[in-house]
Design a protein. Structure first.
Length: 403
């Protein structure tokens, strides 16, 4: 449910400098152009072309085709100072859009259902502003346009390609438009903001047979059912109750006929947790349970475990900087949400493992305009007033960090 904090577009606009207010119509135009042309991870060729074209128009130095479709723009103030990184993601989701809006996706089965089109527009607006206001900061700002956040993950290959080097980035920040918070709010905290994301799959190898003669079989469905129940005890009886973790079985397939005992059953799921103390724990514990249950019932198994993204952990000092910037923009004390967390994952976490930084949520829901559908929903959309607020947040962070 989206909390309700009274706000208005005029209140937000009053907190934005005039040059950013003038950018707002362009931010909306860019976002809608991108929304109409969504692309999946590592296939963001039209998106990258659009970004590069804008950067060329503004005479901003940039590199293209990093980790396939990634781009890094470098804006040098011409004065000595720190190097600040700003990250935005580019990709969309394999979702069929149900919104009836003029900027509806023209790519069948693909949709910007998570706000990445807005992230890209905000990053472009930030680049445009900084390129025309180099006198207002010192050092260098590197804006990283990253592919494939939704999967399989573009942050790690971009880091491996050297985007944090030459010049070396001292600190990195990023934002996520967030429909779990209303427009005019900012969710920021130090420590874990988003969870580790890991996935697993298991095939139970039993012995099939006639439904009337179960004594001649090893029923893979019964074994799978026992495993599903047993896996729920990991969090309930093995994880410290003060810590947060989730084990979810999202898929279970078995059987082909009502009177045949299935010889195989396949299940898959996801694991989420905040604490680095649980790295490697779940993979070992899940397989231990699967092995034990299979041994009890005389089945065999094949197990596969894939750690996707580590927990996203914000640096205390950088989070404090972002929080102070947010407090200078939002109108009410409740506008800064310090304990905003989610068990969702984000590969911004790879950047934050390398250098100190902060990722934060920018409230974008507006229930009165029916812009409050959750992320990844086929009717997801957000209040575009948040775009200008996102640029203002980034610019004030630049000016405070690169002073």
């Amino acid at each position: 449910m989206v909390s309700t904090i009274p706000t208005s577009n005029s209140v937000i606009a009053s907190q934005l400098r005039s040059d950013i207010r003038k950018l707002q119509p362009l931010l909306v135009e860019w976002r809608r152009h991108l929304h109409q042309r969504p692309e999946l991870g590592f296939k963001e060729h039209l998106t990258a072309q659009f970004i590069s074209q804008k950067l060329q128009e503004w005479n901003i130095e940039h590199q293209t085709e990093i980790a396939n479709t990634g781009i890094v723009a470098t804006i040098n103030s011409g004065k000595p100072g720190p190097v600040l990184g700003i990250r935005a993601d580019l990709d969309a989701l394999p979702v069929q859009e149900l919104n009836e809006v003029p900027y509806k996706s023209i790519h069948d089965g693909i949709m910007h259902a998570c706000g990445h089109d807005g992230h890209t527009a905000i990053a472009l607006g930030t680049a445009h502003y900084l390129a025309t206001h180099r006198q207002d900061f010192s050092g260098i700002v590197k804006i990283i346009f990253q592919p494939a956040e939704e999967g399989p993950g573009g942050a790690k290959p971009m880091i491996e390609a050297g985007v944090l080097k030459n010049p070396d980035v001292d600190t990195i920040i990023g934002l996520h438009l967030w429909n779990n918070l209303p427009l005019g709010t900012v969710g920021v905290r130090s420590g874990a903001l988003m969870a580790a994301t890991e996935r697993f799959s298991c095939t139970i190898l039993g012995k099939g047979g006639h439904g009337a003669m179960p004594h001649q079989t090893v029923d893979s469905i019964v074994v799978a059912a026992q495993i599903v129940n047993a896996l729920q005890t990991i969090v309930a009886r093995n994880i410290n109750p003060i810590d947060s973790a989730v084990v979810t079985i999202g898929k279970l397939n078995a059987g082909r006929a009502f009177n045949v005992i299935a010889d195989t059953a396949r299940l898959s799921g996801t694991v989420r947790y905040f604490s680095l103390d649980y790295q490697d724990y779940f993979s070992q514990k899940i397989e231990q349970i699967i092995s034990g249950v299979c041994a009890t019932y005389g089945a065999n198994y094949e197990f596969n475990y894939i750690p996707l993204y580590p927990p996203l952990i914000n640096n205390q000092e950088v989070a404090d900087l972002v929080k102070s910037v947010a407090e200078s923009i939002v109108e009410t004390p409740a506008g800064v949400v310090p304990e905003c967390q989610t068990m969702g994952g984000e590969d911004m976490s790879f950047f934050l493992r390398e250098i100190p930084g902060c990722y934060f949520f920018l409230g974008s829901a507006n229930a009165e305009k029916k812009l409050a559908y959750p992320h990844h929903h086929p009717r997801f959309d957000f209040d575009e007033t948040a775009l200008g607020m996102g640029v203002e947040m980034f610019i004030r962070c630049v000016e405070k960090f690169c002073s």
